[in-house]
Design a protein around this ligand. Structure first.
Ligand SMILES: Cc1ncc(COP(=O)(O)O)c(C=O)c1O
Length: 401
């Protein structure tokens, strides 16, 4: 944070969101509003581009290394294990295209997942002749022990090359037992790819301790950065694990020499980098990188564990308000299954889309993914908002009933 900065971030304070219009923004699982520091850094970057054109890119390029170090800090990795990509979807597509597939390889995905973590594997199955198996994510929420046992027995009896799963399910907010799943994968010789966009920034994660092989995450939800920037983490030695099928001009060693260092340097045979940043194959969003770094600075300063605890306290108060109104809470009863999301199903006769619209008109912003009413507060939300949220919920539900 610069010395002239607005205010220091503080759990439960919206001081860094002075223009946020609503009373309670409970939709970080869809998209975060930009904090003043995020906006300031993006403006600073934009101003530089307006003044200097390419000169601004040359000045901002080193920022990417710093950004990767900060991402690595958040997930317990090294900066060199990170590649910047335009979206979670793009990162997963790239991984799906770059696996050294053999015909008939089995890939396990989960129904109930956001399509981002299904479509690329479906396409890869079609392209490479893979055997795509769909298990049920919801079983983990209703009976994690049984779901894990059947996942393990599926891996043991029929094997798999790869498992693709979200760290947190987007509809229910259930935090999947990624550690245990990764261990089961490795016992069976499979790799695990984790979509962390519903987890990172709110759920503390460590890719090394969890033995995650690949993790992909976009910036605009719980990381609180802008759209258009995301990252892929790959465990060590990606060159032996991936084929560079998505390489582009910036994937080569010394890819820009021919633009900067005089004649005779335009070549097409420079090796593709063996580090995961070969996925950085074309021009990236510099302004997105600027915004994401400012967002990460705040998360790192506040600390993922403190943020998680703060949000649980908020949800601990919100959940009974909803249950009292006969909503069915899908929040995990076990602490390890909890995330920043509280999803509920409505009592009969209450239609969630209309309800969420009415809440929006009352200044309470939430989402309705696939018929679930989803609340997702983050570190700036204060429990003092809940009096208004409770009163409006009671009023709107009574009016519908
Ligand atoms: C679990 C999950 N993965 C991926 C996405 C999409 O990510 P992106 O837009 O960065 O591709 C979403 C939501 O938009 C999501 O909930």
């Amino acid at each position: 944070m610069s010395p002239t900065d607005e205010r220091q971030p503080e759990l439960g304070s919206r001081a860094l969101f002075p223009e946020l219009e609503c009373d309670a923004y409970l939709n970080h699982a869809s998209m975060s509003p930009w904090s003043a520091p995020v906006r300031r850094e993006m403006n600073r970057c934009g101003d530089d581009y307006a003044r200097k054109g390419l000169g601004a890119l040359m000045e901002w390029r080193p920022q990417r290394k710093r950004l990767k170090e900060k991402i690595a800090t958040l997930i317990g990795a090294q900066g060199g294990d990170i590649a910047l990509v335009p979206s979670t979807t793009r990162g997963l597509i790239d991984l799906a295209l770059c696996m050294p597939w053999q015909r008939g390889d089995r890939v396990i995905v989960f129904s109930g997942e956001f399509p981002t973590n299904v479509t690329p594997w479906q396409r890869a199955a079609e392209l490479f002749g893979l055997d795509l198996v769909m298990l049920e994510a919801e079983l983990f929420r209703t009976n994690e022990e049984e779901a894990l046992a059947s996942f393990e027995s599926e891996l043991e009896s029929r094997g798999a090359r790869l498992v693709a799963v979200s760290a947190v399910e987007f509809q229910t907010g259930y935090r999947m037992p990624v550690d245990a799943m990764a261990r089961a994968c490795h016992r069976a010789g499979a790799e695990i790819v984790v979509d962390a966009i519903q987890a990172l920034g709110i759920v503390p994660m460590n890719v090394v301790a969890s033995e995650i092989d690949y993790l992909v995450c976009g910036s605009h939800k719980w990381l609180m950065g802008p759209e258009g920037i995301a990252f892929v983490y790959a465990t060590k030695d990606p060159a032996s694990r991936l084929r560079p099928h998505v390489a582009g001009w910036l994937s080569h060693e010394s890819p820009v020499d021919f633009l900067l260092e005089g004649p005779g340097r335009l070549r097409y045979d420079r090796p593709i980098r063996s580090t995961i940043d070969f996925l950085e194959n074309g021009s990236l969003s510099t302004i997105g990188c600027a915004g994401l770094e400012a967002a990460l600075d705040i998360l790192i300063e506040l600390g993922p564990t403190a943020i998680f605890t703060h949000v649980q306290a908020y949800l601990d108060e919100l959940e009974p308000l909803l249950v009292e109104l006969s909503f069915e809470s899908l929040r995990a009863s076990n602490g390890h299954g909890r995330s920043g999301t509280l999803s509920v199903l409505p009592p009969s006769g209450v239609e969630v889309t209309a309800l969420s619209r009415a809440l929006g008109e009352a200044g309470i912003i939430c989402a309705v993914p696939d018929g679930h009413l989803r609340f997702s507060p983050h570190w700036p939300n204060a429990r003092s908002e809940l009096e208004h949220v409770g009163a409006e919920l009671r009023r709107i539900v009574a009016a519908k009933g």
